[in-house]
Design a protein around this ligand. Sequence first.
Ligand code: PDD
Length: 281
Amino acid sequence: RVAYVNGQYQPHGQATVHIEDRGFQFADGVYEVWAVFDGRLADYEGHMTRLGRSLSELRIPAPMTKEALTRVLRETIRRNRVRDGLVYLQITRGTARRDHAFPAEGTPPSVIVTAKNLNYPRSEAQAAKGVAVVTQPDIRWGRCDIKTVGLLPNVLAKQAAKERGAAEAWFVDETGLVTEGSSTNAWIVDQDGKLRTRDTQANILRGVTRAAVLDILASEGFELDERPFSVDEAKAAREAFYTSASGFVTPAISIDGAKIGDGKPGPVATRLRARYIEAAR
Ligand code: PDD
């Protein structure tokens, strides 16, 4: 078998993309699967139209013209001698040093195509008998407690933040409460001077830095109120900050343009940052 990878046909077993491909690290990509009957692409236009839409919704530039892409699909079918089977196409935002926000303009998207024959007699036999199905709750993707690489919503949030001149985006649930950041846990020092952060039972990532900061709070004599806060509470807070392995403790000075406190890093966040770095070193 042969696979198309970024302009080259390679033996399927040796066909690879870079370890910093955004598809691999962030699920930052799109795909299509075409059925192949008698060597021809089924529902060609339907899949092409959806592909174009997926790319444009994610603002991934088209890697080549539709005609060129179609030639690649056909050539992959031909080289794999597929008569009745499937063609798989995946396009990612390309390879770049890991950062949630989009890479520099001009970063070429990655394109891979594979094709395989299907066992039609087996498919027919299964269809003749019929199959069983089971139900599952639709939680796509509601398991934010798992540190999965399925980070596309986080990528889009970080990019939106960047485009609005911000360093981080805080996710807000349907009731107006802050859940966590796109790659950080969110905190405030409320008007009573208490540290507030959402509890980790509530479908957020159990931040390791968050846990380390919780340990520091006790020894520093800060008061903790481990429950979620609203956007309005954050805007009215004395301080706001976020925690992560990459940013340690980072003071936030505004939310959606509204100044927090006096618009400067506050004493609690500043103290916690110093103590965290001291303890972690
Ligand atoms: N992000 N919440 C989310 C969604 C995260 O991705 C992260 C970490 C955190 C903070 O967890 P910790 O304190 O264990 O780093 C919270 C890493 C830094 C990243 O994706 O780059």
